[in-house]
Design a binder for this molecule. Structure first.
Ligand code: NAP
Length: 432
């Protein structure tokens, strides 16, 4: 009975859905040993360290991950880093197939003057900071300013803006990092401005996220009604309108129209504002934007500029895949053809297609890659797998170890009315 060894690198949604797709295709004649390798001591990837803490419902997908992990043949090897503790070549030699589900964790750069000033942060760092990612617990975040600017018009920009704009007490009953909650409670920020470089019809927000904005309890959300009207009229002239776009514009129209509560916390969404320069003396003080316009369906720069005085800028303009020795990155992704990297190495999720789509998008993506793997499988390798690759004494967190961490976090949370209190310290995570 062929029993194939598959290594999945990265314990985020794409990794788990790959494992699930393999499990679904198992038969009496085709079985898999699935080793999931994760560089952190904890699994769940962006579900743990990306999804916004005020979106707890999205995190319930972790129940699916735990079910996948309980299936026989599945093993977790957390606290094992590709390129450091284990090489791609070794994995390739030991396993019948290696699937890289390593995501896209590097925040893209704006490439404008002043980007390196203090308190200009990438969402990659800021989101990981408020979500208790052990590597980002010490990111310096200064919230001692009345206005924060978020650059980008996608859902990550919206997550970040919401976290900065809501009353922090709304995060009390969430799993936000304790260090972030303390800082947010001292925050002087009362206005957050999201700036998109193109027009409302080009925004990457999705309608459900937009529809939630007027429901914020302690924050008023503003959007320019004229800009939305002009966008609607432009797309009407183009003929048939895509449903998602129609929903987005309608959600934006409702934001412009709804009755504001008159509270001090404000979130503004501005369009056609392209960042040009960030100014400040050591630390950010101001950001200059070029005003763009739409002409013949194209977004072009005008010669007009405007500026916003701000002490904090978060850039949420997309991510690139992390580079590992032996892996080529092209256009921010691991170079691949339909998920095939080379020999018996495959890629899935954001590392494969770039940082697009919601958690569920990884399901079909991973199922396609698994079909390809199965098509290419040869005779099962006679090898020993990961154990022979790790240095003696290397501390692995296996599924039982993770379940202990998980239970301890949940119990500490329950005592204070939170879903969990995340441990941010690597050493303590390893000693749980
Ligand atoms: P995204 O959706 O691709 O949005 C990136 C934004 O950055 C776009 O508005 C883009 O504008 C802008 N941008 C790129 N380069 C720029 C530059 N140099 N200057 C100014 N603006 C620039 O990426 P994301 O927000 O990181 O989200 C990644 C994926 O995760 C998306 O699929 C998103 O829907 C998903 N996500 C979903 C949720 C949720 O469901 N609640 C939450 C978070 C993330 P252009 O369009 O002009 O390039």
């Amino acid at each position: 009975m062929p029993n194939y060894k598959i290594a999945i690198v990265g314990a985020g949604p794409a990794g788990y859905f790959t494992a699930q797709a393999l499990q679904k295709l198992q038969t009496n004649d085709l079985t898999f040993v699935i080793d999931m390798i994760e560089r952190l001591p904890t699994p769940w990837g962006l579900v743990r360290s990306g999804v916004a803490p005020d979106h707890q419902k999205i995190k319930t997908v972790s129940k699916v991950f735990e079910k996948i992990a309980k299936e026989s043949g599945f093993r977790l090897f957390a606290n094992v880093e590709l390129g450091k503790d284990i090489s791609l070549k070794d994995l390739r030699d030991q396993y019948d197939a290696v699937v890289l589900a390593t995501g896209a964790a590097v925040g893209r750069k704006l490439g404008i003057p002043g980007e390196d000033l203090k308190n200009v942060l990438s969402a990659a760092d800021f989101v990981s900071w408020y979500n208790a990612h052990p590597d980002f617990a010490n990111v310096e975040v200064d919230l001692n300013t009345d206005t924060a600017v978020v650059i980008g018009a996608g859902n990550v920009a919206m997550d970040v803006a919401r976290i900065l704009a809501i009353d922090p007490s709304e995060l009390d009953a969430t799993d936000v990092a304790e260090h972030a909650l303390t800082k947010l409670k001292q925050s002087r920020i009362r206005q957050v401005i999201i700036c998109g470089r193109r027009a409302p019809e080009h925004a990457a927000f999705t309608a459900p996220e937009l529809r939630d904005l007027p429901k914020l309890e302690n924050t008023d959300v503003y959007i320019d009604a004229d800009q939305i009207k002009q966008a609607a009229s432009r797309i009407e002239q183009l003929g048939e309108i895509e449903k998602d776009l129609k929903n987005n514009l309608e959600a934006m129209r409702l934001i412009a129209m709804y009755d504001k509560k008159g509270v001090v916390r404000r979130l503004r969404i501005k369009f056609l504002a392209a960042p040009k320069e960030i100014k400040g003396n050591g630390k950010v003080e101001e950001v200059i934007f070029t005003i763009n316009k739409v002409k013949d369906s194209k977004v072009i720069a005008t010669d007009k500029v405007f500026s916003i005085k701000t002490g904090l800028i978060i850039t949420a303009i997309g991510y690139d895949a992390v580079e590992y020795p032996g892996i080529k990155i092209t256009n921010g992704r691991i170079a691949n053809i339909a998920g095939h990297v080379e020999n018996n190495v495959y890629v899935t999720g954001w590392a494969k297609r770039g940082p697009t789509g919601v958690i569920g998008t990884n399901k079909s993506d991973s199922a396609d890659v698994v079909d390809l793997i199965i098509k290419n499988l040869k005779e099962p390798k006679k090898s020993e797998g990961i154990r022979v690759l790790l240095k003696p004494g290397h501390q692995v967190i296996d599924q039982t170890g993770w379940e202990k961490i998980n239970a301890s976090e949940v119990i500490s949370g329950e005592l204070v009315g939170k879903p969990r209190i995340k441990e941010v310290d690597r050493k303590r995570l390893l000693n749980k």
